[in-house]
Design a protein around this ligand. Structure first.
Ligand SMILES: NC(=O)c1ccc[n+]([C@@H]2O[C@H](COP(=O)([O-])OP(=O)(O)OC[C@H]3O[C@@H](n4cnc5c(N)ncnc54)[C@H](O)[C@@H]3O)[C@@H](O)[C@H]2O)c1
Length: 432
């Protein structure tokens, strides 16, 4: 049985490992976090939140003995393929921070055998495959990329909430450093991918993936800019969006309380890394700035509403509704809730954070109980569109709260209905 090693058992690595195990490979997942290794070796997914099919698939491949997890890189020896999907963040100056990637590559390189395919699935800046990945692997292994082993960048296109669906049904970009590497990668991925595969070079693959996310981030920034304008004009940006999208070839995105996760806030910076020698990028950095401003706008709306209601924010109980960056997920990376929470904690408010999926965060008072969050609250700030919030009954809510203030970052409630029930309501992109 051919062995596939998956390095990095996170939101990408865990489902990818399960898919290859289910396709008949012997899969070994490598991670440095012991608790994740232990969970997977018990047949338990480290990813919580709504991920259709993932728990069941992991249990199945674990029971069949097709998937195991370890921290032992010697498992890379004589592997058919090694897929690397460790995190690739940027630092506070928006420069790629490849600590995890370098470390993983060094360990893989030391244990790399001839004829193995190494595929980088992590999102990386232009030229990283040839200028960083290749030299580390060659130095550590003493082998030549493209001749002794195959090397490709095959970026992952996952989305929280549909991880398995995305792996198998989304088109795949294959970016080999040479024809032989692309051919080898295509052969491997066709075992799990039902959609189309497009072969290109590694640089174009790097730029494609980061462009996809910069594109989405820019589209969201456009919607957020229109949200600010709609508030000024006293119209509803969500109605505006609906009407705009009745025009052919228009697909305005949703505005909201902020853009989070391990992709959109940093991938535009990965795309631009090393650029600007012959031009100055303007649009993409401006989009980042707009999107980063949204949690601070949520704070402004909350403070205005409290002022109108004669509530002193320093003495208020603030319920922050949602800590995951996206609905029905437990992923909290770069969550827009964080700046909101920090602000109100800094000024001395009593802050309680509700999330159905995120159980505990250091330094925060967290609960999964709606009553605990909302009873006696002065201001409920809805940051995340968890499905649970959509079915909240305004009549019940108004009775639970001490002061009835709703700040809606995700178009969860109808403004008119909220006002009718006696709420002071402010929302992103809504008339105030
Ligand atoms: N999350 C997504 O939806 C998504 C979608 C597409 C692409 N990506 C990209 O995929 C990559 C991984 O993202 P993720 O969300 O899975 O990240 P993650 O943080 O959930 O997972 C990364 C895993 O790598 C492990 N790791 C770190 N250093 C290691 C090392 N030296 N050896 C072994 N394991 C190590 C970490 O412990 C962690 O479990 C990133 O480049 C990201 O941009 C993510």
């Amino acid at each position: 049985m051919k062995k596939v090693v998956v390095v990095g058992l996170g939101y990408v690595g865990t489902p990818v490992a399960c898919c290859f195990a289910n396709a008949g490979f012997k899969v070994v997942g490598i991670d440095i976090v012991q608790s994740k290794i232990d969970m997977i070796n018990r047949g338990e997914s480290p990813i919580k939140g709504k991920e259709p099919g993932l728990d069941e698939l992991l249990k199945k491949v674990h029971k069949a003995g097709k998937l195991k997890a370890t921290d032992d890189y010697s498992e890379c020896k004589r592997a058919y393929a090694i897929l690397i999907m460790v995190e690739t963040p940027v630092d506070d100056k928006n420069i790629p921070r490849y600590k995890a990637l370098r470390s993983a590559l060094t360990s893989v390189g030391k244990n790399l055998s001839k004829d193995t395919l190494v595929s980088i699935e992590s999102t990386i800046a232009p030229r990283t495959t040839t200028d960083l990945v290749k030299p580390i692997l060659e130095k550590e292994s003493g082998l030549k990329a493209g001749e002794d082993f195959y090397l490709a960048h095959c970026p992952e296109r996952l989305r929280a909430g549909v991880l398995l669906e995305a792996i198998t049904n989304y088109n795949k970009i294959i970016g080999g450093i040479n024809e032989a590497s692309s051919k080898k990668a295509k052969e491997l991925y066709k075992k799990i991918i039902k959609a189309k595969m497009y072969v290109t070079d590694s640089l174009t693959a790097e730029v494609t993936k980061t462009t996809e996310n910069a594109y989405r981030d820019t589209q969201i920034a456009f919607a957020n800019e229109l949200a600010y304008l709609s508030e000024e004009l006293g119209i509803d940006v969500f109605e505006l969006r609906k009407l705009v999208n009745t025009s052919p070839s228009r697909a305005m995105h949703f505005p909201g309380s902020g853009v989070g996760g391990h992709c959109l806030p940093k991938d535009p910076w990965l795309l631009l890394h090393g650029s600007g020698k012959t031009f100055k990028p303007k649009l993409i950095p401006a989009a980042r700035e707009i999107n980063d401003s949204m949690p601070f706008h949520m704070i402004e709306l909350a403070e205005e509403a409290m002022k109108e209601s004669k509530v002193n924010p320093k003495k208020a109980k603030i319920a922050v509704m949602g800590y995951a960056f996206i609905e029905d997920s437990d992923d909290t990376r770069d969550t827009p809730a964080a700046p909101v929470i920090k602000h109100f904690m800094d000024i001395g408010s009593e802050v309680i954070v509700h999330d159905p999926y995120v159980k505990a965060v250091d330094g925060l008072e967290m609960t999964g109980d709606l009553n605990e969050a909302l009873v006696g609250a002065d201001c409920a700030i809805f940051v995340t569109a968890h499905s649970r919030y959509k079915s909240l009954k305004l009549k019940n809510l108004v009775q639970k709260m001490r002061n009835s203030i709703i700040i809606d970052g995700r178009d969860l409630f109808e403004r008119k209905k909220c006002i009718k029930e006696g709420f002071v309501y402010k929302g992103i992109g809504k008339k105030h």
